[in-house]
Design a protein around this ligand. Structure first.
Ligand code: PRX
Length: 636
């Protein structure tokens, strides 16, 4: 186990202070706990204007050496990965550190055999099966840059991401299981590549469902056939600390998702450090993060963080409600899970399914519970704490982002004081500030402002792939000299942070981020639509729901039909996860004289709070607001 555990409130205080007074000394000491082929000669160089951030400069390492090779001697026979299939009757998989090591090396050799090399980008579009984790690690082993795309995204979304990254290969499977459904993953990949993904030379297909799929001669190969030809050893590629480790696409307030870039050294150091401290991981713990590897949470806390610490990580192929709403709790009992990390939306949906499901399991093994992805409301926090954690397990509410690489603000389990609906204090090494609209730091407690970070941390994004200016614009231009998170936050009277939510045009649906512009573009692809405006509104299960105001070319006579067409457009352009929950047909949108949509008004209408719409006199056509308010009453 690595030697950077904070084990008491007093130690937190001392460590935090040290991390602010001497950040470089602080991170230096932590980074030294990892294996480096060559040490770094300078800890940090940075400025937040261009921006340019480099950590552990000159250091050479490989994250998979730290996840696998380093554990072989002491933990070769310890379980590294447990895989629970979608169908509880199917056989589970357990891989020891030695077995995982071998599987990763073999897969890495398959990549090499197929011409994939250091620096190449590789798109991964796969179900939650062991080969997904193995594929990710295999890329990292040879220095190829992985770009995992959640396998619920549509062919169009996948194609956009493949093109933006210039991926030379796609790693996929024949199909996937999700609850009672089976989905033809390879077909989506074929469709995506046919949309002009000319850089793709290879598609490597893992067999999951045993389906006969279309295999393109000279391009597509089966993993199991390739494995026949390779050895069990593949030396880890020595990577520069600042070499790219992965790209992960995420939505912003503009229409196009951006490729957040993380680099090897800093991401590694931070992933291991935060896993150990936030969850207070112990050597014998079984850790379960329910996030899909298609999201940052799956990258950092299903794969890298646990493996860096030599932990046993559990991967689940299915959904929380299949075959019934007791599945999570059944799996916890089955494997004796000690630390469980999930999203508020999952908790709320299981809450709604009734207590019986949870009360029929013992859940005795649980020691720590975590939450991530969106604000957790007090009711869900309490339910999680009382009925899952039996009031015995600390619930940590971890705030972070794709761009931050790892947990930034969170209680340390069992050490920090807990307050429902509050993420709490920053981890040592993180310097959050609240800024006012003029970019001034708001001092003291019991205050609210724009959440920014004032000093770099090792796993912050370095750029947005292929477009550094976009990175500067998005994160470093609103407040000069700071990283801007896009979130608003409150610091309570004791200095604990509470995240209020996004202050930009990003909505968080079931813990997934979407730019409103992205959904509007998708809706506007529907031939009957002239224009649209999308806003979020409070949704009991999803946190936020998607509310679309749509202007059509012709008056709508059959709303159900047009709605279905709009939904089809969104599903094709983005995926099912971005389906609007409510659609309201309107004759026009509230716009200012300069043509800007007044979203503030639409948000209020969607929230059902029309008592205070603010000043509407500057609108081009104020009458439109009355029509919208009236129409909202009949929206299903
Ligand atoms: O608004 C915050 C919200 O999710 C955003 C980041 O989304 P994403 O990059 O997809 O990463 C999600 C998982 C790390 C943030 O800007 N968010 C995330 N965690 C929390 C949260 N909001 C409140 N409380 C949290 N614990």
């Amino acid at each position: 186990m690595m030697n950077f555990r904070i084990s008491s409130p007093e130690q937190y205080e001392v460590t935090y202070r040290r991390s602010v007074e001497d950040p470089e000394g602080f991170w230096d000491q932590i980074a030294k706990e990892y294996h480096w082929f060559e040490p770094w000669h300078k800890t940090l160089e940075w400025e937040f204007y261009t921006p340019s951030v480099k950590w552990f400069i000159g250091g050479k390492t490989n994250i998979t050496y730290n996840c696998l090779d380093r554990h072989l001697k002491k933990r070769g026979n310890k379980l590294a990965l447990i895989w629970e299939p979608n169908d509880p009757k199917e056989k589970f998989v357990r891989l020891t550190y030695r077995e995982l090591y071998e599987r990763v090396n073999q897969y890495a050799n398959v990549l090499k055999r197929n011409g994939i090399k250091k620096g190449d980008r590789v798109a991964i579009y796969m179900p939650m099966i062991p080969e997904l984790a193995i594929a990710v690690l295999a890329c990292a082993r040879i220095g190829a840059v992985h770009s995992v795309v959640f396998a619920g995204f549509s062919a169009v979304s996948l194609a956009d991401r493949i093109k933006d990254a210039g991926a030379v290969a796609v790693l996929t499977s024949d199909g996937l299981n999700r609850g009672a459904k089976q989905i033809p993953v390879k077909r989506v990949v074929d469709e995506a590549i046919a949309m002009g993904c000319d850089t793709v030379k290879r598609v490597i297909v893992t067999e999951r469902l045993g389906w006969a799929v279309n295999m393109v001669e000279g391009r597509d190969v089966w993993l199991h056939e390739e494995l026949q030809h390779v050895g069990k050893e593949c030396p880890p590629e020595p990577m520069d600390s600042e070499d790219m480790l992965f790209i992960l696409y995420t939505s912003g307030s503009t229409g196009k998702p951006k490729g957040v870039v993380h680099t090897v050294g800093g991401y590694m150091v931070y992933a291991g450090y935060t896993f150990l401290n936030a969850f207070q991981y112990e050597e014998s713990d079984v850790f379960w993060c329910t996030a899909d590897v298609g999201w940052i949470t799956g990258h950092t806390y299903l794969i890298y963080g646990p493996l860096l610490n030599g932990a046993t990580t559990l991967m689940f192929e299915g959904v929380p409600t299949y075959p019934d709403a007791g599945r999570f709790w059944q799996v916890i009992d089955k494997y004796g899970v000690n630390i469980f990390y999930t999203a508020p939306t999952a908790i709320r949906s299981l809450m709604a399914a009734g207590l019986d499901h949870v009360l029929s399991y013992s859940l005795d093994s649980l020691r720590v519970l975590g939450s991530v992805g969106e604000p957790i409301n007090e009711e869900a926090w309490n339910w999680y704490h009382i009925h899952v954690g039996k009031e015995r397990c600390p619930v940590i509410d971890t705030w972070w982002q794709t761009e931050t690489g790892g947990i930034m603000i969170s209680a340390l389990a069992g050490i920090s004081k807990l307050k429902p609906a509050h993420a709490g204090q920053p981890l040592p090494g993180i310097q959050p500030v609240l800024l006012d609209a003029d970019g001034r730091e708001i001092e003291g407690n019991d205050v609210e402002g724009y959440l920014c970070i004032k000093h770099p941390w090792p796993s912050m994004l370095r750029t947005t792939f292929g477009d550094h200016e976009r990175c500067r614009q998005t994160y470093f231009s609103a407040f000069k000299g700071y990283y801007f998170t896009g979130d608003g936050a409150r610091r309570d009277e004791n200095g604990l942070y509470r995240i209020i939510g996004r202050v930009d045009d990003v909505i968080n649906v079931s813990g997934h981020r979407f730019g409103t512009a992205e959904i509007e573009n998708a809706i506007n692809l529907c031939k009957k639509v002239v224009e649209s405006a999308v806003v979020g509104y409070p949704h009991e299960i999803k946190g936020q729901g998607i509310y679309a105001f749509v202007v059509t070319a012709e008056p709508v006579t059959n709303p159900d039909l047009v709605e279905a067409e709009i939904i089809e457009s969104v599903v094709a352009a983005i995926g099912k996860i971005a389906r609007p929950d409510k659609i309201q047909f309107v004759s026009g949108l509230p716009k200012t004289r300069s043509g800007k949509i007044m979203r503030r008004i639409l948000r209020k209408v969607a929230e059902g709070d029309i008592s205070n719409l603010g000043d509407t006199t500057t609108l081009l056509d104020p009458a439109v607001v009355d029509e919208i308010i009236e129409g909202a009453k009949t929206v299903k």
